[in-house]
Design a protein around this ligand. Structure first.
Ligand code: SAM
Length: 469
């Protein structure tokens, strides 16, 4: 028996009316909301529906009848194919307006709380070349666009070094110039690709699990340090030495040149040995007079300049006094904890990842900070009444949880601990709003500051100050 095909409708001549969460935009058809990808308000399109539910539909544009007057030309040659910077066709001012509005809508609609007047969103000084870390993937098959596939000309499917196509795990867009990271990022990537072609080094085939070159990670820093990590699928001393020597010679500005032999099925390097080829096994970032040591596996905010703005606002909102005990929950590598430590009596940082906690301790040590203490573990297990009794009652707390927000048990423990002030930093204002609602009976939101860390994407950070009622 043949499978019944569920044909989804094509919606014709639909006007896009506003931007929505997660980088999508909205049209209304017969009072039903349609979430559409890759469009902006003012576009008039035919939409192929891909998901149909009672109250909403989802789809993508197949024909553009009118382009929005808001549109600006995207500056990147890979725009529309690479999933990286989806809002390049929207003026930066509009991006900021939307992000600010989304944060405020979430806080009032989901959180249902009284809000003070919010500060205007902090724009990113750099709207291009703002990232300090990128990971590129080698693939034996370059992603072909629909135009290339439908072309009558013979198209060569050369290997690729670039980014995964969203939602297609085995497809990689070959990147010529990426506008996300400053030089020598593009130059290193292109030189490695050229050397690999000239010397017949094979690119990974993720389906067949074969090939030599897997990924390339490049980290740059405001101190001028540069780290490059080449990940190979298997060892081949002669070929590996040849490539590493070529990179070292061509890019003397690389201060930390490393490699990994990853024989596993997946690309994660957290469980892999990292081998030093040349230079140091770390780079440094600097914020004010603080230095942060970053190893190949360390987390650090990816927009360094804007991370400084985020932390400065957090510190300003926190207004920490010399005699106060501060808890920095979800501390990562302890960057916020160390950034505010000199104003506090003591800072306690808690974080899930043990390696990040080791980095946090090291960062206190190299900066001569001796009033911090860091603990690894799941927040809902570590932060409890006994922990607080042992390490001191928090006068104030800074929390910076992942996108999912805080576990309800953690919110409960914070309410029990009852610090005078809480600064809640969030990369997802929807879950932030949910958590604020749970604390609304005890805390009043008195300041709001959205911060744009990632221009041309829908992501936005939001800082909220909560004061005890
Ligand atoms: C948004 S990051 C905060 C990073 C840090 N504040 C910074 O600016 O560098 C969230 C952190 O929460 C940690 N995390 C996630 N779930 C956790 C949990 N259940 N318990 C403790 N930490 C957790 C993650 O490992 C991550 O480092």
């Amino acid at each position: 028996m043949g499978r019944k095909r569920n044909r989804k409708p094509l919606l014709e001549n639909i006007e896009i009316v506003k931007l929505a969460a997660e980088g999508k935009a909205i049209a209304k058809v017969d009072d039903k909301v349609v979430f559409v990808t890759n469009v902006i308000p003012g576009d008039v399109v035919d939409v192929q529906v891909t998901k149909k539910r009672k109250s909403y539909m989802e789809g993508h544009p197949v024909v553009f009848h009118k382009y929005s007057d808001l549109r600006v030309d995207a500056f990147c040659e890979h725009f529309g194919i690479c999933g990286g910077c989806k809002w390049q066709n929207l003026p930066y001012e509009e991006q900021l307006n939307f992000k600010q509005q989304e944060v405020l809508d979430n806080l009032s609609r989901i959180g249902k709380i009284d809000l003070p007047e919010a500060n205007p969103i902090l724009p990113s000084a750099k709207t291009e070349f703002y990232r300090n870390k990128l990971e590129f993937t080698f693939s034996n098959k370059r992603y072909l666009t629909f135009d290339e596939i439908n072309s009558t000309e013979e198209i060569e499917r050369t290997p690729a070094l670039g980014f995964h196509v969203p939602r297609l795990f085995d497809k990689v867009v070959d990147i010529n110039k990426c506008h996300l990271q400053a030089e020598p990022s593009n130059a290193i990537r292109l030189a490695i690709k050229e050397y690999a072609f000239a010397n017949d080094l094979s690119f990974f085939d993720i389906r067949a699990q074969e090939g030599f070159l897997r990924t390339l990670i490049i980290r740059t820093s405001t101190t001028g340090d540069v780290m490059a990590i080449v990940v190979f699928y298997h060892e081949d001393v002669e070929k590996r030495e040849g490539l590493m020597a070529h990179i070292a010679e061509k890019f003397p500005e690389i201060t930390s040149l490393l490699y990994i032999i990853n024989e596993k099925a997946n690309d994660t390097i957290t469980d892999q040995d990292v081998i030093l080829y040349k230079g140091e096994d770390h780079i440094f970032e600097q914020m004010e007079d603080l230095k942060f040591k970053i190893g190949p596996k360390s987390f650090y905010q990816t927009n360094s300049e804007q991370a400084y703005e985020l932390y400065s606002k957090t510190r300003e909102f926190a207004n920490i006094q010399k005699d106060e005990v501060v808890y920095d929950l979800y501390t990562g590598t302890g960057t916020i904890a160390n950034f505010v430590a000199r104003q506090a009596k003591k800072v306690i940082g808690i974080e899930y990842v043990p390696e990040a906690i080791e980095d946090a301790k090291l960062n206190s040590e190299i900066n001569g900070i001796d009033n911090t203490a860091f603990f690894a573990g799941d927040m809902k297990n570590v932060l409890n009444a006994e922990f607080i009794a042992e390490h001191g009652h928090p006068d104030m707390m800074i929390v910076d949880p992942p996108r999912a927000g805080m576990h309800a048990d953690v919110v409960e423990t914070i309410l029990q601990a009852a610090p005078n002030r809480i600064v809640y930093v969030s990369c997802n204002s929807a879950t932030q709003a949910r958590d604020l609602e749970m604390m609304d009976h005890a805390y009043k939101v008195t300041k709001i500051q959205a911060v744009d860390m990632f221009p041309h994407t829908h992501h936005v950070e939001n800082i909220v100050l909560m004061e005890k009622r």
